[in-house]
Design a binder for this molecule. Structure first.
Ligand code: SF4
Length: 350
């Protein structure tokens, strides 16, 4: 007998096709998905408004087991608290998700790949190499198991965990269809951010969904950006500025430019002035991220975080030019919970 498929990997359309092909009404698919994603009931036999024959058909074709949490790190500070989940997948691979709670907002940072191909030199995940893409079910499962753990609803999602989401764009889109569906996980598109290192071909595809977009820029000139982000050779800075100028109507859903500040490399006032000349405050805002270096990082040994005065000068140049600027200090830093780092540490300890 063929192995059962994982129902979390099925889109609504695929489940509707399954229902119709087996002589059931198409609506059965939506009913099943409401049980799984909205009611958090994954046992088919407990789906009381579904006919016994459909429940039996589902049970003989699908399983609905979630991925397993193997470790949770917690941290609290005056700005809220964070939890980093290490999650084991069916093939024993491990991924991470990070929950940041602040007042009523519960933001989950999800992974989209195991490892990453993009090779950004300031990133621990890059040091793991690329293992494989996550399926849509493995992405959605991160939301479900964290909601089950906290017994509360995730309000915001950011694709900023392991991997480049637009390098796995079909599975990411498929997961977003369920995450943002008001009948299922019900996270509003305006509360979902897809963060990319600048794979512009993938970006064009997800624009129609009205999710928020963040682009990691991390340098104000092509020489520096190519040295730290190989993707720049394919999509250089002028392509990113052209994309933003052409696609983003002024004053509408600004794109966030993520900028990891690395001491002596991209943190000069000159770099800040170049950014001011390059972008319009009507179309982008900046998120500055002082380098988050793991305590014992071998991979990042050549990079340092800039001092506070350098950060302040950089930030004030942008603010004076009219940009909205936020500074993100990783709450998870003291327990190595930045991008890819938690998993890197776990693997070292295995
Ligand atoms: S920063 Fe993002 S895109 Fe770059 S290597 Fe790390 S995970 Fe991949």
């Amino acid at each position: 007998m063929a192995a059962k498929e994982w129902i979390l990997n099925k889109s609504q359309k695929e489940l509707e096709e399954f229902c119709v092909a087996n002589g059931f009404k198409k609506f059965g698919a939506e009913q099943v998905m409401r049980w799984i994603y909205s009611e958090k009931i994954s046992d088919f036999s407990k789906m009381s408004n579904i006919s016994k024959s459909l429940r039996e058909k589902l049970d003989s074709n699908f399983h609905s087991e979630l991925s397993k949490i193997i470790n949770i790190h917690k941290e609290w500070d005056s700005g809220g608290d964070s939890k980093k989940y290490l999650i084991k997948l069916a093939d024993e691979e491990i991924i991470e998700s990070v929950l940041i709670s602040y007042k009523n907002r519960k933001t989950l940072c999800v992974s989209s790949q195991i490892g990453c191909k993009m090779g950004c030199v300031y990133c621990e995940t890059s040091g793991l190499g690329f293992i494989r893409n996550l399926t849509s079910g493995e992405i959605i499962s991160q939301v479900l198991i964290v909601e089950n753990d906290i017994k509360d609803k995730i309000t915001n999602i950011v694709f900023m965990g392991m991997g480049e989401p637009l390098d796995n764009v079909l599975e990411v889109e498929k997961s977003l269809d369920i995450i943002s569906n008001a009948n299922f996980l019900s996270v509003a598109p305006r509360k979902i951010t897809v963060s990319t290192c600048g794979l512009l071909n993938g970006l064009a595809g997800i624009e129609k969904y009205k999710y928020k977009i963040a682009i990691s820029l991390n340098a104000a000139d092509n020489v520096t950006r190519s040295a730290i982000m190989p993707v720049n050779k394919k999509f250089p800075i002028e392509d990113i500025t052209a994309f933003i100028n052409k696609r983003i109507p002024a004053g509408h859903n600004k794109i966030t430019i993520e900028y990891v500040l690395i001491k002596g490399l991209n943190d000069s006032v000159e770099s800040a002035k170049k950014l001011v000349r390059m972008f319009s405050p009507a179309k982008v805002k900046f998120n500055l991220i002082p380098l988050n270096k793991e305590k014992n990082s071998v991979y990042l040994r050549n990079f340092e975080r800039p001092g506070d005065n350098v950060l302040d000068n950089f930030k004030s140049k942008l603010i004076k030019a009219g940009f909205i600027v936020t500074v993100r200090f990783s709450k998870a830093q003291s327990i190595n919970g930045g991008c890819g780092q938690l998993r890197a540490e776990k693997i070292r300890s295995l």
